[in-house]
Write a protein that binds this ligand. Structure first.
Ligand SMILES: [Zn+2]
Length: 291
């Protein structure tokens, strides 16, 4: 090993963590303190308590740090950005008891929870597809070979058999031990069935993750593929498998270009995509006076 290599190694071993992590630790401590005193000083509703917890979920705030870059699809209109901030801060956006202008079946609620669940297009499929496309682009830019909507002959609903055969959202080639990986995306709202007690942050995404595993992991293994569920919620919290997947992509990027500035950008970009997808659902149902 040359002298310069030894020096670089010694510096990297003795290096203190970058200042960003100190800032982050401080910001997290401050945010927890503020959130805690809010609970003591005000009589918060179960919904408010729950959303405060959600905002502290793993990676839920990463999107706030991204830089607006149009070429990466990493930009939002002012209305979109305002709308997702309102959703996160529980500022009422919709007149209550008015019918959803898209499905014309269900009543809107003032915080927009129906908009998140409304299965009618536009929006529902868009959120899923947009996050999938951004994830595909992240893989491509990291130099990882992957294909969107890749036909495989074993992804089905096990209850209904081969009539429900469908492609993998993303097929990542040679991802684990030379095996291809089927990545399946699923987005959920953590506020479904919100009750006064017993709310656990991240549980909705983790449940969605294990449901996907039950459904597809066995078929993938039998066909020499790896299954990766990619579950997230509307506040941007990620389930553990999704975090592992992105962490590994981030490591690939780091090993290709050793710039510390890139740290965490994968999570920021993906988090932004989730919020942009959510914004489309919320904005499509906004009353025109708020546009
Ligand atoms: Zn609707």
């Amino acid at each position: 090993m040359s002298l310069s290599h030894t020096w670089i190694l010694a510096v990297s071993l003795t290096r203190t963590p970058p200042p960003r992590s100190h800032k982050k630790t401080l910001a997290n401590a401050l945010f927890s303190k503020i959130a805690q005193s809010l609970g003591e000083a005000f009589d918060l509703s179960p919904r408010q308590k729950t959303v405060f917890e959600c905002l502290k979920g793993p990676h839920a705030q990463e999107f706030l740090t991204v830089i607006s870059i149009e070429g990466l699809g990493q930009c939002m209109s002012a209305v979109e950005y305002r709308t997702i901030l309102k959703y996160r801060l529980m500022i009422p956006m919709y007149p209550e008891d008015e019918t959803c202008p898209i499905c014309r079946k269900t009543c809107m609620d003032k915080y927009g929870e129906h908009a998140v669940h409304c299965k009618e297009l536009p929006g529902f499929k868009y959120r899923h597809d947009w996050v999938r496309d951004v994830l595909g682009d992240i893989l491509k830019r990291a130099g990882i070979s992957a294909k969107k909507e890749a036909p495989v002959n074993f992804l089905t609903d096990p209850m209904e058999g081969r009539s429900t055969l469908r492609p993998a959202d993303l097929l990542v080639f040679g991802w684990a031990g030379g095996k291809h990986a089927c990545v399946d995306l699923t987005g959920v709202s953590p506020l479904v069935g919100l009750r006064e007690n017993g709310f656990v942050v991240g549980l909705a995404a983790r449940k969605a993750e294990s449901k996907k595993v039950d459904k597809h992991a066995k078929a993938c293994a039998e066909n020499q593929h790896v299954f990766i569920p990619f579950a997230f919620d509307t506040f941007g919290s990620l389930a553990p498998e999704a975090i592992n997947f992105l962490t590994r992509i981030q490591q690939v990027i780091h090993s290709n270009c050793s710039t510390p500035r890139g740290q965490g950008f994968v999570f920021g970009r993906l988090g932004f995509a989730i919020q942009k997808g959510l914004a489309a659902q919320l904005v499509a149902r906004l009353p025109s006076v708020l546009m």
